[in-house]
Design a protein around this ligand. Structure first.
Ligand code: IMP
Ligand code: MG
Length: 179
């Protein structure tokens, strides 16, 4: 399907994202004010959200990046997660906040949180821009959620379609309707 020929439906506009990201940043700053916040961003999908979110956090924050295997060009998770690039930092005693673009089956987030727990952080929570709770395959409720969405494949603001469109500044869904 060539998505250029289809109608794009905006689910989260730039304004929605700016407003919600500021709210999340404020909440996280309050919740972690007496802690040692260490944000771990999952690449590639969360690079834009993380960049915007950490600039709305006004307490000291360390940053790390991890890459896990993703869907590739398919819209379905294979269910098998691999760590392609791990963090190099010592996180012992830090309060980790894992940031991702979206929880769908939540297999990725659940795997990553278990992986990081083995590195002995003081605590570990997660924050996602988007949550698709109806798609859940493991019992995980993200601690911070930007927007809860229906079961739709979404693109933009870091989320890819065939490894493109991550740079679109809003989140959209491709409809079946021709332009
Ligand atoms: P999960 O393991 O099924 O929760 O999927 C998590 C990963 O799949 C996310 O980090 C995204 O990279 C990708 N993903 C899940 N749903 C979508 C979507 O609707 N659009 C684009 N990528 C998605
Ligand atoms: Mg991802």
């Amino acid at each position: 399907m060539d998505i250029e020929t289809k109608v794009w439906e905006t689910l989260c506009s730039e304004e929605d994202i700016v407003r919600r990201t500021a709210e999340l940043g404020k909440q996280i700053s309050e919740d972690y004010k007496d802690k040692k916040l260490f944000v771990i961003s999952l690449l590639k999908g969360s690079f834009i959200f993380t960049a915007d979110l950490v600039r709305k956090i006004d307490i000291p924050v360390k940053l790390g990046f991890m890459t896990t295997s993703s869907y590739g060009h398919s819209e379905e998770s294979s269910g098998k997660i691999n760590v392609l690039a791990d963090i190099n930092d010592d996180v012992e005693g830090y309060d980790i906040l894992v940031v991702d673009d979206i929880t769908d089956s939540a297999l990725t987030m659940s795997f990553v949180m278990n992986h990081l727990k083995s590195k002995n952080p003081a605590s570990i929570k997660c924050c996602v821009l988007l949550d698709k709770p109806v798609r859940r395959k493991v019992d995980l409720v993200p601690d911070y959620v930007g927007f809860e969405i229906d079961d739709k494949f979404v693109v933009g603001y870091g989320l890819n379609y065939g490894d493109y469109y991550r740079n679109v500044p809003y989140v959209f869904n491709v409809t079946n309707q021709d332009r």
